[in-house]
Ligand binder design. Structure first.
Ligand code: PLP
Length: 406
């Protein structure tokens, strides 16, 4: 077996847009002894996390927690609400939107993919007016669901979910509204109930700062009603038994007990900081990162000023520079992982994650690693992004130390 014991000194910088670094406080919580998932302590834990996670999604309705990665929660959203052959309107914002569409095809649905032509679709968010036009043309209401990605992790572009809701309402269309905020939740503003989303899909390993392994479906009463008549086969993913047993804090199968300890800790940490402060921290770090990219002289993948992701920044490399070679140089010399370009943009861009457990200094270390690695890989760096980010962070700094003695 390969020797995995080699440990370069200092922490590895996991700056991919998820999984994000897991804070020590959460790692410690996860390390508590596993308990009986049918016993009384477990019921209390289950009730605690199920009520707490509702605050993160901003919903009064059930949130289903699965022991799976986000892909499982994608599948759960579709199989619980739809029937074979149903038409589904999806929107191409990038690699993850494309994977969700591929899944819909594999499940026997008929997805229709809207989006801007060529690369433009991968540089902008969802165009709500295009959704409105398409739904208005669907007089017979063949389309049963509209599915969009809130934070497209492959590009660093967010979408206006409230605007998509308004578009569905303006078309007076009864389609269900499903949103993937796997990488947006707990980093970017998200409001399941207020934005009228029927199923929100998310995962543990991004803004929630947990290891990969649990995922979520936040539901609406309309989604629950649809699940009573939907005909796609479902067993493990079926909401009914889970929601029923969740009332007392239990699951119909063995849940990921230790990850749920971590989730309880994560919810506490996020609510202690305050959701709005968590979002503001991500916005500010995102802006600092973009200032650095502009100073280096590179283009940002997101071409729409209003929709930059607070979770990650996609950095496009000029013609002739291999983005994967840049990432390799940074990994080999500075022990830092950055996100690769996925799908259509493979080798042409890399992604800097600034989500979850991050602050000014982790971002500055990240940007220093990038700047050094870019130069070493021969990318034409125009100016110091590190200097630009320092200036921005200094000019917007505010105290973070809470202990009066510090
Ligand atoms: N959707 C988005 C937006 C993602 O970022 C990811 C993973 O990064 C997924 C779906 C798939 O989730 P998972 O890899 O946890 O199955």
């Amino acid at each position: 077996m390969q020797n995995l014991n080699f440990h370069p000194s200092g922490r590895h910088f996991l700056q991919i847009p998820g999984p994000s670094p897991v804070p020590d406080r959460i790692l410690r919580a996860i390390s508590f002894p596993t308990i009986d998932h049918r016993g009384p302590e477990f019921g209390a834990l289950g009730r605690q996390v199920l009520s707490g996670i509702g605050k993160i999604f901003k919903t009064q309705h059930p949130v289903v927690i699965y022991p799976s990665s986000g892909t499982g929660a994608w599948e759960a959203a579709l199989v619980n609400t739809l029937s074979p052959g149903d038409a589904v309107l999806m929107y191409e914002t990038g690699h993850f939107a494309s994977l969700w569409k591929k899944m819909a095809e594999r499940l026997g649905l008929e997805p229709e993919f809207l989006g801007l032509a060529g690369m433009e679709g991968w540089r902008h968010g969802v165009q709500a007016d295009a959704i409105e036009r398409r739904l208005k043309a669907d007089g017979g209401h063949r389309i049963k669901a509209v599915c969009v990605v809130h934070n497209e992790t492959s590009t660093g572009v967010t979408s206006d979910i409230a605007a998509v809701r308004r578009a569905i309402d303006a078309a007076k269309h009864p389609a269900l509204f499903m949103v993937d905020t796997i990488s947006g939740l707990a980093s970017a503003d998200y409001r399941h109930d207020e934005w009228g989303v029927d199923v929100t899909v998310s995962g543990s390993q991004k803004g929630l700062m947990l290891p990969p392994g649990i995922s979520f479906n936040a539901l609406s009463p309309k989604a629950l009603a649809a699940s009573k008549t939907a005909k796609l086969p479902k067993a493990f993913w079926a909401w009914d038994e889970i929601v029923e047993m969740n009332r007392n804090g239990y699951w119909p199968y063995t849940p990921s007990t230790n990850l749920l300890y971590g989730l309880a800790e994560s919810i506490d940490m996020i609510l202690e900081e305050g959701l709005d402060d968590v979002f503001a921290r991500h916005q500010r770090l995102g802006e600092a990162c973009r200032q650095a990219v502009r100073a280096w002289g590179f283009e940002i993948q997101c071409a729409d000023e209003a929709f930059h992701s607070p979770v990650l920044t996609g950095v496009m490399m000029p013609e002739g520079v291999d983005a994967d070679a840049v990432r390799r140089a940074i990994y080999e010399h500075f022990n830092m992982s950055l996100g690769a370009g996925l799908g259509k943009v493979k080798g042409r861009m890399f992604r800097i994650g600034h989500l979850g457990d991050c602050n000014d200094l982790t971002l500055m270390a990240t940007l220093s690693g990038c700047e050094m690695g870019l130069q070493m890989a021969g990318a034409p760096v125009r100016g110091s992004g590190v200097r630009a980010a320092i200036e921005y962070l200094q000019s917007t700094a505010r105290p973070v130390a809470r202990h009066p003695a510090l």
